[in-house]
Design a protein around this ligand. Sequence first.
Ligand code: MTE
Ligand code: CO
Length: 390
Amino acid sequence: AQDADPAITNLQPWMQQLGEGVDARPYGHPSEYEAHVVRRNVEWLTADPVSSVNFTPLHELDGIITPNGLCFERHHSGIAEVDPAEHRVMINGLVETPLVFTMADLMRFPRVNRVHFLECAANSGMEWAGAQLNGCQFTHGMIHNVQYTGVPLRLLLEEAGVRTDGKWLLAEGADAAAMTRSIPMEKALDDCLVAFKMNGEALRPEQGYPVRLVVPGWEGNMWVKWLRRLEVGDQPWEHREETSKYTDLLDNGKARKFTWEMDAKSVITNPSPQAPITHGKGPLVITGIAWSGRGTIPRVDVTTDGGMTWNAARMSGPSFNKSMHRFYYEMDWDGSPLLLQSRAMDSTGYVQPTKDMLRKVRGENSIYHNNGIQTWSVNENGEAENVEIS
Ligand code: MTE
Ligand code: CO
């Protein structure tokens, strides 16, 4: 006979006393047992935490929505703590009527709700040079997926009246970096939002409170936080963030620029280096995420033998345009080593390439736009490691 399980037979402390009342936690936090589930920084990546990045703990999450407190942060000059009463959004430049909106003004426009991923162009950037960082949090965690509530940018531009020579838009942030990016007018009028809510509540200061630009499917750098100004112009501004940064220097010395759309990509989040298999042989749930800046993800394939055989994963959860998707692949693990990879296909038919395929076309000078297939090597003990195979 087995020994009695103390988790069943013990009278636990929480069974013997009353819990805290409803006033104890006016704004809720996760269980103390989840304290390890946090955004993490890689100190040696940047010189200073004020112009830096931390990473979403993808291996601790499920489904498709990133909780607000776990959305990775990327700031060029730290978090601006903006007082909404003192904040304005201005439209100027090539418009019939330059306009200034208070937050209250923005609330009087029709608003919409949409779920979108934001991926920094530098996500997986370290991995161009080969397997570097041990954990999907660090290799792929510069992404979050949130439901935004906001006003279609088109409505604000129509209110101001874009002149016929107005072909570009400059979005500017109110932070000390005064981040600016040029956005083509077609995109601005298509699906961009001026958003003030994330997952139902006010944007967090880290994400641009009280208002940020949402540029669905396009690189995170364009999603200007603490949005204060929208200037309409007849050509791109060629500012720092679209020339010196966020361009891809190729082998021939030329640089790709205006590489806005994020190509289809996926990663297995479990098992992974920070989330080894701890249960031994038998039923194993493999899961991960996939996304594309061009549409939805109808299909993800998973291999457990380094790409010799591919199996269609099971997609689960809502499939929104330019949103994260969740996939599962369930198997019976016999305890032998695995070489795990996932490969996304998006609704345009585009298939996620290998890292070698990418390097052939793009060289290794750039740190941006690496959407290559990720490999985790899992050993007999279930421990996973970031590797590359060719
Ligand atoms: N907007 C402003 N005003 N200042 C910034 O530093 N960083 C950009 C973009 N918008 C930034 C900004 C970059 S590089 C990215 S990847 C995203 O915001 C990150 O958004 P997040 O902090 O919500 O993850
Ligand atoms: Co970025």
